[in-house]
Design a protein around this ligand. Structure first.
Ligand code: SF4
Length: 330
């Protein structure tokens, strides 16, 4: 019964791939959106290719994205969650490539948490790189009761050189005594920012004028995100010894797994179309990776360890194979 279901799926999947290949021969892979085709004078649009200028007529889920050192291309964004203790994959999910890593974190957390919970494991801590840092991601972590170790982005300023902050009065004061008061909150580029300002008449004779970040000629201006308390807490946590150890552990855990998926399990390119199919490809690759890992596992006490492994293995297989993307049952 199980085999038949799997075989049916494989046959259907092979037919889909074949159909996609035929379609590819007929249609160009990337097309210009109508408004970006050459104008009456035959001039090309000046903008770099992006999702507002280009799309794939045969695979609308594929989005333009660019990684450092690589050309802009139609891609999907795969997220992989790995257990640092056993190096096994706990969750994989594909998103459209127009999303940032930080925008995917809440969904990934939700899945990992529920998968581990089904297996009697509580998710308490996660470690991720700077790409996952955003106010929404930090809020999602806090709401889930999970401690995150995610370095803040480079532009974040925990302290302002030469300024001290008065929390009760919500104002800054510089070394020369100029008080910079809170003036209001405004929305810019999708982010809510707090604005602090003061007149610059006391700055004219200030010896620090040339190096002062807040001095803007006629005014003293300080802008910062309203979500600074979230970033501040993360900044303090990231100064701990544990955070430094975890960041090294992340590098030696997640990166090799991603490398294996890309270089040995065929995830560099998905020969399918649509988000659902891409999810299938990544899920199957993750299942293959985990099975290989488990087969290589060498227990110290064989008899006892096999008994210990039996239930987790059954749980793992049922979780991965009954994942929403596969729609299989065992
Ligand atoms: S330039 Fe103005 S705000 Fe900056 S340190 Fe000097 S007095 Fe203070």
């Amino acid at each position: 019964m199980v085999e038949k279901e799997i075989l049916d799926d494989v046959v259907a999947y092979r037919q889909e791939l074949k159909a996609n290949e035929d379609e590819d021969k007929e249609q160009p892979f990337i097309k210009l959106k109508e408004q970006n085709v050459r104008d009456d004078k035959g001039l090309k649009p000046k903008k770099n290719p992006g999702n507002d200028t280009h799309y794939s007529p045969s695979d609308p889920d594929a989005k333009m994205s660019v990684k450092p050192g690589k050309p802009t291309a139609l891609n999907y964004l795969g997220q992989v969650s790995v257990d640092t203790a056993t190096h096994t994959i706990t969750h994989v999910q594909v998103f459209t490539a127009d999303k940032r890593d930080s925008e995917c974190l809440a969904a990934v957390l939700r899945h990992v948490k529920s998968t581990l919970h089904e297996n009697g494991i509580a998710l308490q801590e996660i470690v991720a790189d700077t790409g996952y840092s955003s106010a929404d991601a930090l809020k999602a972590l806090q709401a889930s009761g999970i401690t995150g170790y995610i370095p803040n982005r480079g532009q974040f300023k925990y302290e302002r050189t030469g300024f001290s902050y008065n929390k009760s009065g919500d104002y800054y004061r510089c070394e020369q005594g100029v008080k910079v008061n809170y003036r209001g909150t405004y929305l810019t580029a999708g982010y809510w920012m707090k604005l602090y300002s003061a007149g610059a008449k006391n700055c004219l004779k200030c010896p620090l004028k040339d190096t002062c970040d807040a001095y803007k000629g006629k005014k003293v201006l300080i802008k910062e995100t309203i979500d600074k308390p979230y970033y501040d807490r993360m900044h303090i946590r990231m100064q701990t010894r544990k955070a430094k150890i975890l960041m090294k552990l992340r590098q030696s855990t997640v990166e090799p797994v991603i490398g294996t998926l890309v270089n040995y399990l065929g995830i560099k390119r998905v020969n399918s179309k649509g988000l659902e199919q891409a999810n299938k490809c990544l899920t199957i690759a993750a299942v293959a990776y985990n099975l290989k890992k488990m087969l290589k596992y060498q227990p110290k006490l064989i008899g006892e360890s096999i008994q210990n492994l039996k239930q987790p293995l059954i749980n793992f297989l049922s979780t991965m194979l009954s994942a929403q993307y596969l729609n299989l049952s065992i």
